[in-house]
Design a protein around this ligand. Structure first.
Ligand SMILES: O=C1CCCN[C@@H]1CCCn1cnc2cc(F)c(Cl)cc2c1=O
Ligand SMILES: [Mg+2]
Length: 485
């Protein structure tokens, strides 16, 4: 399929669906909210996993795999932990024709699957810290509008679950993991995010506090949670009796964390960088960073051109660059240019008779369309420089766009105006949950209510006497507000 029917700035929703399909990342499936992840998506997921897995191994995380299924009574161990989530739990009730004695839930997250065994495995302080990570799928049978990568009924993630003897150790790890999530978004996906703390209302109800990295989609003016790192305190230790005998022989409850990022991260990258020609991939996560395309000319030496393409691909791969060539005879060079632009490949190399004669190649950038002729002798160095430039340019452009959407406000009127202008709002807040609830109630509508996205760790100066935009009480902090996914 060539060319896009929808424009990003005119029909964002349709544009997005078209990009993920035309770039061969996604195939729609005949169950609503479920999608097929094709190699162009899975290879990106695997590149992110390669980085994250290596980093958490440095933090001594151990790989586990727990069952997909959890019994009803274990899942419902603690009412307030899953209250509100019950409608999205998927249940197995039959095998073949016969009913199961008791329905079995498919994991929506694995606290209740894991923690009875944490209780069994942790006896002494010598068993701590316990550091468990699993890469798996989870199922949440949500009913709000499904969107590939962004909101699906089954998705892939990693979930880390750790237990420590002290709160200090837990607090430290929460931030170490959050920094890894920032790196995934900013250094690999070239997506700017804000690190911050969730409000009491938005945090994970079963935990002590929640931190997150928050992204923003300018086209829809909506914030989106990129990843989350919770300190659970001793809440689950109490619930599941996870205790240890400390050095003095005194029995204590452990301090726990849990943290995750998901395939949603790929969707955020698509939304951030895509354009009206299709996907635009940051080189760090591009399954193919350079695509080589022969430009045969009627009576030119096609064998020599093919040979030049082969050796170009070989030389680039030898230097660690992910290069490939499109040798399909049944497509024209022009068709191939559009095809690989649709797939978002960062660099295209064209080799025709003129290039051959001049011992050069023509390189075309996907991000800004710039064309440059490079002597074959400088090929690897120039390609590396260009890929690095593209990575930096994509991040810088996205950061400037996101920053341009940020609106600092002081009053309710300014807040509602900014909300209607699809802004990412930074407002002084009294940090009272009642006020947060009130803002939600006052901004309800078909576009969804405004909510707090996070209280950024980087706090601007809050002058004495600054009042909360919503309640008029003394403001305690600056928080990001907006509509969200
Ligand atoms: O976000 C993370 C990081 C990785 C491990 N889990 C936590 C909390 C997950 C919250 N959450 C999120 N969604 C849920 C949906 C459900 F159906 C049920 Cl029963 C529970 C939950 C639920 O606890
Ligand atoms: Mg949910």
């Amino acid at each position: 399929k060539l060319g896009m029917a929808y424009k990003k700035d005119d029909n964002f929703g349709e544009w997005y669906s078209e990009v993920v399909v035309n770039s061969e990342m996604i195939e729609y499936y005949d169950i609503s909210g479920c999608y097929i992840l094709r190699p162009w998506a899975m290879e990106i997921w695997e590149l992110l996993k390669e980085f994250f897995d290596a980093e958490i191994k440095k933090l001594k995380l151990k790989p586990y795999y727990f069952p997909l299924f959890v019994t009803e009574n274990v899942l419902q161990k603690e009412k307030d932990h899953i209250e509100g989530f019950a409608p999205e739990v998927a249940w197995v009730t039959k095998s073949g024709k016969s009913e199961l004695e008791a329905p079995i839930a498919i994991r929506p997250t694995s606290e209740t699957v894991m923690y009875p065994y944490f209780s069994k495995w942790i006896r002494s302080h010598r068993d701590l810290p316990l550091r468990c990570n699993q890469w798996c799928n989870v199922v949440r049978w949500e009913f709000s509008n499904p969107t590939p990568f962004i909101r699906s009924r089954e998705f892939l993630w990693q979930e880390g679950h750790t237990a420590f003897a002290t709160k200090e150790e837990a607090d430290e790890e929460v931030l170490q993991i959050l920094e890894l999530y920032r790196r995934i978004y900013e250094e690999f996906l070239a997506v700017p995010v804000s690190k911050g703390r969730k409000s009491e209302m938005e945090k994970f109800a079963g935990g002590l506090y929640t931190t997150s990295v928050e992204a923003f989609i300018p086209n829809t003016g909506r914030g989106i949670q990129g990843a989350t790192s919770h300190c659970l305190g001793q809440n689950f230790a109490k619930m599941f009796d996870i205790t240890f005998e400390n050095e003095k022989g005194v029995r204590e409850m452990v301090w726990q964390n849990s943290w995750a990022y998901t395939t949603r991260s790929i969707g955020v990258m698509v939304m951030t960088h895509g354009d009206d020609k299709g996907l635009v991939l940051p080189p760090k996560v591009a399954p193919i960073q350079v695509i080589v395309i022969a430009v045969p000319y009627k009576d030119a030496d096609t064998t020599a051109i093919k040979g030049a393409c082969e050796s170009t691909v070989y030389t680039l791969n030898e230097s660690g660059i992910r290069a490939d060539q499109d040798t399909r005879e049944n497509y024209s060079p022009g068709w191939k240019y559009s095809h690989w632009e649709m797939k978002g490949v960062p660099l295209r190399i064209e080799i025709g008779p003129k290039d051959l004669a001049n011992k050069q190649v023509r390189i075309v950038r996907r991000d800004n369309g710039a064309k440059v002729d490079i002597p074959v002798t400088n090929l690897v160095e120039e390609v590396k420089v260009l890929l690095d430039e593209i990575q930096k340019n994509l991040f810088k452009t996205a950061q400037e766009k996101r920053d341009a959407c940020v609106q600092v406000i002081k009053t309710w009127d300014e807040f509602t105006t900014a909300l209607n202008n699809k802004r990412l709002i930074l407002a002084p807040w009294c940090d009272e949950e009642e006020v947060e609830k009130d803002v939600k109630a006052r901004t309800k509508g078909e576009l969804g209510a405004a909510k707090t996205l996070c209280t950024p760790f980087e706090q601007p100066e809050l002058p004495e006497g600054t009042l909360c935009f919503a309640s008029g009480k003394q403001a305690k902090k600056w928080s990001f507000w907006g509509r969200s996914y």
